[in-house]
Design a protein around this ligand. Structure first.
Ligand code: GLN
Length: 537
């Protein structure tokens, strides 16, 4: 078993996930089968019940696990599909141990944090390792926090057995205080001391800073933290996260890591990433503006990007592949600014829940439909497009989704029968229609033109669906149901006939975009935004 533990020090948000995913990519290119385990110290069983403003997007895996947004980073950087074995939370660990205790699995022992909780973490690590060659384990949070201590204890315990087969990379922050004007290493020294107190002695230090680490500072860190000077790596701020793996490649981080683990290394080919980076940096003649209509606006632009990170990445990736500059404008669905909306070459309504902000979303959708502006509705964005069409084209003025108002006569979007039972039982966690489901495409459609396949598989996360009673009236007025579940019972894609691009999907295509393989529907949407005369191309 070869394990790489990744920890963070000094501050949160220094890019442990991006570092882990970047290293994973380099090790994959070295020819190894790499897997991940994200250890989240919260009590929630998964990220599905968390507020996206505070915790960022919920990333859905093929097997229907609701992971936090790091799952998306791993998948976008690497060739892997993450699954529920690739993530653990403290809640899962405790709930398993308590269940075992109830089933008398501990033979009458007094069940305690050590050894039982620690051993359960170790067994989940072994499960995640499976038959891969290298497992990268990211410990969530920052060293020194009470709540992640038990994960370090599990690492310490494993190190006794694994010795050189276990490597620890510590990512720390190197501030340059304005008033001092010099890079300071003391916070890093202190965070490594926290690790040492827990019996962890890092092998590699990655310093996150706005400028590269100089020789003097490198030496200081090395001496104070007991690592070799050439084991101090620099992760400087870059304009795009996709540059991080290339920077680590230039510093030969992969070779150092493999050296530690006594595994062979070679010079790898990074031409594909080099090409990606150069497409990111190219300044094209034209720029398009994409309007994102969402309600997770309240805590500033930082949380916005995080709440919809996979959608934003999908837009970027498609624009790079279509060779066009882009701007993303955020429109608050509770207060749609029509002047801003009118500058957009294309409009997206991403996934969402509940009543707040839906009338604004419907207003934006109406504008896109009536003015031939490309519109892409993702999940709730498809459902609300159906409501808008019912109200304004078919004339069912009170049409709505059951989620918003169950009392109206025309429930265009209604609850799926099995979901109704779950809601009544207050069974909310991990109980939506989740994960990958197949969808059959209609030949003569925008969807088919994009995918060029009869059958696709996409990831879902919803409780409500299109009400089939309305299929006929919709079709009579020019809506096409271009993607259906294999038994034809569920509408998965709908699109308008006489419109350049008015497509709503019940699934979340954004979870499957990768920088080296853009998602076909996003590419089709962006190419239609480029052609759109309504905006400012
Ligand atoms: N709220 C809708 C549903 O549950 C859409 C969910 C979503 O956009 N992910 O069906």
């Amino acid at each position: 078993m070869k394990l790489i533990f990744i920890s963070g020090g000094v501050i949160s948000g220094i890019g442990k996930g991006i570092t882990a995913a970047s290293l994973g990519l380099l090790l994959e290119k070295q020819g190894y089968k790499v897997s991940f385990l994200k250890c989240d110290p919260y009590i929630n069983i998964d990220a599905g019940t968390m507020n996206p403003i505070e915790h960022g997007e919920v990333f859905v895996t093929d097997d229907g696990y609701e992971m936090d947004m790091d799952g998306g980073h791993y998948e976008r950087f690497m060739g892997i599909n993450v699954s529920r074995t690739n993530a653990i939370t403290t809640g899962q660990i405790y709930s398993r141990v308590i269940q075992n205790e109830r089933n008398l699995k501990y033979d009458g022992a007094c069940v305690e944090v050590i050894p039982h909780i620690r051993d359960e973490i170790v067994s989940r690590i072994e499960e995640a390792y499976n038959h891969d060659e290298i497992l990268i384990i990211e410990i969530g949070g920052t060293i020194g926090e009470y709540q992640n201590d038990i994960y370090y204890e599990a690492e310490r315990y494993l190190k006794r057995k694994l010795k050189e087969d276990l490597l620890h990379i510590h990512i720390s922050y190197l501030p340059v205080p304005k008033s001092i004007g010099e890079m300071k290493t003391k916070p890093t020294q202190q965070s490594v001391m926290h690790l040492n107190q827990r019996g962890i002695f890092p092998d590699i230090i990655v310093g996150r800073s706005d400028s590269p680490i100089d020789k003097l500072r490198r030496k200081k860190i090395a001496i104070a933290t007991n690592v070799e000077e050439d084991c101090v790596f620099s992760n400087t701020d870059v304009s795009s996260i996709y540059k991080v793996p290339y920077n680590f490649y230039l510093q030969k981080l992969d070779i150092k890591v493999l050296d530690f683990l006594n595994l062979e290394s070679k010079n790898i080919d990074m031409e594909d990433w080099k090409a990606l980076i150069s497409s990111i940096d190219t300044n094209y003649k034209k720029t398009i503006t994409i309007g994102m209509v969402g309600k997770y606006h309240t805590s500033g632009s930082f949380s916005l990007e995080d709440a919809y990170v996979s959608v934003v990445e999908s837009i970027k990736i498609a624009c790079w592949s279509e060779k066009i500059n882009f701007k993303i404008k955020w429109l608050d669905s509770e207060n749609i600014n029509m002047n801003v909306l009118k500058t957009c070459n294309g409009i997206i309504v991403p996934g969402g829940f509940g009543e707040r902000g839906i009338e604004g979303k419907i207003k934006a959708i109406k504008y896109a439909r009536e003015n031939n502006i490309p519109y892409f509705g993702l999940c709730y964005g498809m459902q609300l497009a159906a409501v808008e069409f019912a109200r304004n084209v078919i004339g069912l003025k009170k049409a709505n989704s059951e989620e918003v108002n169950p009392k109206v006569p025309d429930l265009i979007i209604h609850i799926m029968p099995d979901q109704e039972k779950k809601l009544l039982a207050k069974d909310y966690g991990g109980s939506m229609r989740l994960g990958a489901w197949e969808c059959v495409l209609l030949k003569d459609s925008i969807a088919y033109e994009a995918y060029r396949k009869d059958k696709i598989s996409e990831r879902h996360r919803h409780r409500y669906e299109f009400n089939n009673r309305y299929r006929k009236v919709f079709e009579n007025k020019g809506m096409i149901f271009s993607g259906l579940s294999p038994d034809s019972k569920l509408v998965e894609i709908m699109e308008l006939k006489n419109h350049p691009f008015f497509v709503g999907v019940q699934f979340h295509p954004e979870f499957k975009s990768k920088p080296l393989s853009p998602h076909p529907l996003f590419v089709k949407f962006i190419s239609s935004c480029i052609k759109n005369k309504g905006g400012q191309v």
